[in-house]
Write a protein that binds this ligand. Structure first.
Ligand code: UD1
Ligand code: CA
Length: 450
């Protein structure tokens, strides 16, 4: 089976500089969902038909195997778009036609539809219709006991048309030869002066070829087409519900899934708990029994087993097993936190590794550093890693103690078990086990306050 995905429409109603089908739904461009389900349902070669700005779409689909692109220069209708994409269709091919702006279509539906088309007793075309009694938007499908009669666009319905409960999903299967011959004979004599793909099955039927209608009882949401930002938000909701339900079915506990946004590529293990108002973006991985507390936004972050993250923002970070993060911690790219660590409130870590059991409980900063295990990094301590031009690294050995409000001016190395006195500004390396103290002695002026 080959597939043609239509994505050359102008998408004017999105009112957006971004190509319509490149709008993301939980971290993945909508057209990518369509490509993925087409593949899952068995399409071996897929042609995406793009229009103006199509290179943006090609870029967005980089890395997808088995894809080729065809250009429809001017959007003259769905039939014209399929024609543009039919260059590599051979007479014996089964051709599945899909729209790039219908990201909620499932592989299960397509598989069922393809099986129906195969068992259709030699049908040259099959149209997928969905139960939708109200006439808005979609084309109306007329059939006679499953034999296709015609599709009339909603805008072209007149009083002379009888009522039908069935709407055109915009999903079709064609035999290659019939598709090519039908496309060659399309005319644009309709209210929009467009070449309608929906006229192809009609032409085939008029020739006496067998054309069938597949009546789907799938939920209408599966066929949500996206034309506006409002519909995009609706699609995000449907997809979110689907993704969250799949995680819950796999043993993830969610207190309030209606407030949880999980990107399509995120992996969560059984036994993890997700609190309300959590956003997990990109390639996050949450291990078993980890707890992601309320109001966390995690991007491309790996959370170890049993770790606990609260009210925090983490991007490109790795959090070891059993580690506590937050509330109000900020882990930036390259933050690699060991096991059983504590990264507490108002702590920022950037491009730094922390060994197991290291604690930075509150109000501190570590950037560009290699910190050993069992280190105590006290309140207010910072690495001064930037001199206005260059960044420098700090090294802190195992079990070192960095006192409150210490400034470690990088490049610098604090040896194992080294002890930095509170309030010290260190510019030189501290040998192992040594005390580094760099602050002024206190002087007392008796009765001065009078
Ligand atoms: C189409 C169907 C309608 C069906 C509906 C389902 C026709 C004539 N009508 O209507 O029966 O109920 O889909 O969603 O086919 N496109 C191109 N090039 C073009 C025009 C469109 O690539 O010249 C692409 C669009 O990017 C989109 C898809 O084709 O992905 C559907 O086009 P759209 O204009 O949205 O068709 P509808 O009016 O919704
Ligand atoms: Ca549409």
């Amino acid at each position: 089976m080959k597939a043609i995905i239509l994505a050359a429409g102008e998408g004017k109603r999105m009112q957006s500089d971004l190509q319509k089908v490149m709008h993301p739904i939980l971290g993945k461009p909508m057209v990518r969902y369509v490509v993925d389900v087409a593949k899952e349902a068995g399409a071996s070669a897929i042609t995406v038909v793009v229009g103006k700005g199509g290179d943006e779409i090609e870029k967005g689909l980089e890395g997808c195997e088995g894809l080729s692109f065809a250009v429809q220069k001017v959007p003259l209708g769905t039939g014209d778009a399929v024609k543009a994409g039919a260059g590599s269709i051979a007479p014996n091919d089964d051709v599945l036609v899909l729209c790039g702006d219908m990201p909620l279509v499932t592989a299960e539906f397509l598989t069922e539809f393809a099986a129906f088309a195969r068992s259709g007793g030699g049908a040259e075309a099959v149209v997928a219709a969905v139960y939708k009694p109200d006439v808005a938007d979609f084309g109306r499908v007329y059939d006679d006991n499953g034999d296709f009669v015609e599709i009339v666009e909603a805008r072209d319905i007149t009083a002379a048309h009888s009522h039908t409960d069935w709407a055109n999903t915009g999903i079709y299967m064609f035999k290659g030869e019939s598709l090519l011959s039908g496309l060659a004979r399309l005319k644009n004599t309709n209210s929009q002066q467009e070449y309608y793909l929906t006229d192809v099955p009609k032409l085939l039927r008029e020739e006496g070829k067998r054309v069938r209608v597949f009546h789907s009882r799938e939920d209408l949401s599966v066929f949500t087409g996206i034309n506006t930002q409002v519909q995009l938000a609706e699609a995000v909701r449907f997809m979110r519900e689907r993704i969250n339900a799949a995680h819950m079915m796999a043993g993830v506990r969610m207190i309030d899934p209606s407030s949880v946004y999980i990107d399509s590529a995120v992996k969560i293990s059984r036994g993890a708990v997700i609190y309300p108002a959590v956003i997990l973006e990109g390639n996050c991985e949450i291990s078993e029994n980890a707890v992601i507390g309320a109001n966390c936004q995690l991007t491309d972050t790996i959370v170890g087993a049993g770790a606990n993250v609260k009210h925090s923002v983490c991007a490109g970070a790795k959090i070891g097993a059993g580690t506590d993060v937050g509330p109000f911690a900020y882990l930036r790219p390259g933050a690699v936190i060991g096991e059983k660590c504590r990264v507490g409130n108002f702590v920022e870590v950037k491009n730094a590794t922390l060994g197991n059991g290291t604690k930075m409980a509150h109000l501190s900063y570590i950037g560009d550093a290699d910190v050993g295990s069992g280190v105590n990094y006290s309140c207010g301590a910072i690495t001064a890693n930037y001199d206005g031009k260059n960044k420098f690294r700090t090294k802190i050995g195992d079990n070192a103690f960095i006192g409150s409000n210490a400034n470690l001016i990088a490049p610098i190395e604090i040896g194992e078990n080294g002890f930095v006195a509170a309030g010290s500004t260190l510019t030189d390396d501290l040998p192992p086990r040594a005390l580094g103290i760099a602050r002024q002695r206190q002087s007392i002026k008796a009765d001065w306050a009078k």
